[in-house]
Design a protein around this ligand. Structure first.
Ligand code: PMP
Length: 384
């Protein structure tokens, strides 16, 4: 049987991984600054995480949501405490797309409306409503209701005010990434987020914050867009939440009434998913990984800003976009082949992304910076 071709990025077959490193079948070691697309948060195969999941599997690995599962409450309590959103409720599901799909559905249930404002460059997943709100025409099938979505430029308060005037009474939600990831690490201003929150309040629409990529400590805060003046109605998370185990969630503001039966899933919040997510939070706390992401990330970004051929460096913590004066594909290829370093691309061909495990230290940061500067220098000197 042929495999459906999705999108291989590296011509490599990893067979083992530990912390921030991955080994292929020939025994060659790679430094992973891509984290399986921002998924590896506490590091590959962390011993505490492995033990926690293995032990749970010995006891009971799965039962559907038709039974009582105190582990789900334990996860909600810990997540509430560490994120600071303990007054919200948690709906557990399996992927980023599913979390956004459910958030959009809740907004539509709540308002009885179906128009959504999303932003240019946005990526929210590949299921029906989530993909419609994703700014990429080639991902849209005729079944996806793109007519319901209004795409606006990020950080343009006037465009938002105009759109509210035209569509306000039909608007179910505004959906925005905490920091745009696939779009090339674009950061919404705090003033813009405040304007979105106020605008939603005014017309009775819900503000959905997609923290699937930017959340779970990656940016040096639990969520990238944590601001006391902006209380999103719904916050979605996935990727780093399970460190590779598929688990996702929607945080629901207490103002929003989510009636029994509106949302559901067979696998969401199963025993293994809960212990994976709990183990991630435990390690993050024990190893102070959120602070580490901030410290290491700030240092890496500062050094990058002075490198040849670097046009712009955007990001927070360990979600970093490096915009070059040229396409980044050949640079990424050299980093991989000559230095054994994984990096990510973005929808902007000149911007590469760093989304490493949050446990990287000075050694990994230095290894990358030395290699990157060397590759950039070679490129700049060749083209000079
Ligand atoms: N939202 C954002 C911001 C993402 O970056 C992604 C994945 N790239 C998704 C949603 C979709 O997540 P998943 O692939 O788990 O469905």
């Amino acid at each position: 049987m042929n495999l459906f071709d999705v999108y291989p990025l590296f011509d490599i077959t990893p067979v083992k991984a530990q912390g921030a490193y991955v080994w292929d079948e020939t025994g060659k070691r790679y430094l992973d600054l891509y984290g399986g697309h921002a998924v590896i948060s506490i590091g590959h195969s962390h011993p505490h995480y492995v033990k926690r999941i293995a032990r749970q599997l010995y006891d009971i690995g799965f039962y559907s949501n038709s039974v009582q599962m105190p582990l789900q409450q334990e996860l909600a309590d810990k997540l509430g405490k560490l994120s600071g959103y303990d007054d919200y409720s948690l709906f557990l599901c399996n992927s980023g797309a599913e979390a956004n799909e459910n958030a959009l559905k809740l907004a539509s249930f709540h308002t009885g409306r179906k128009k959504v404002i999303a932003f240019k460059g946005a990526f929210h997943g590949r299921t029906s409503a989530a993909v419609a709100a994703t700014d990429d025409p080639k991902l849209q099938a005729p079944i996806n209701e793109t007519d319901n979505i209004i795409f606006l430029p990020l950080n343009d308060i006037n465009a938002f005010a105009n759109a509210l005037q035209v569509h306000g009474t039909e608007l179910a939600a505004v959906i925005i990434e905490g920091i745009q990831g696939v779009g090339g690490v674009q950061i919404p201003d705090v003033t813009f987020m405040k304007a979105l929150a106020a605008g939603c309040e005014k017309v009775g629409a819900l503000l959905i914050l997609d923290e699937v990529q930017s959340g779970y400590g990656r940016t040096g805060k639990f969520f990238a867009h944590q601001n006391k003046d902006v209380k999103p109605h719904l916050i979605t998370m996935a990727k780093g939440m399970g460190n590779g185990f598929p688990v996702a969630g929607v945080l629901i503001n207490p103002q929003i009434e989510a009636k029994h039966g509106m949302l559901g899933t067979t696998f969401g919040g199963n025993y293994l998913a809960c212990v994976a997510a709990l183990a991630v939070l435990e390690v993050m706390e024990q190893e102070n990984l959120v602070q580490n992401a901030k410290n290491i990330g700030n240092w890496i970004m500062d050094v990058l800003r002075n490198m040849p051929g670097v046009k712009d460096v955007r990001g927070r913590g360990l979600m970093i976009g490096v915009e070059l004066n040229q396409p980044c594909a050949p640079i990424r290829k050299q980093l991989l082949e000559e230095y054994g370093i994984f990096t990510g691309a973005s929808s902007d061909k000149n911007t590469l992304r760093l989304l490493p495990p949050l446990c990287i230290g000075a050694r990994e940061g230095k290894k990358f910076l030395v290699a990157f500067e060397e590759v950039l220098l070679k490129t700049v000197l060749q083209t000079a």
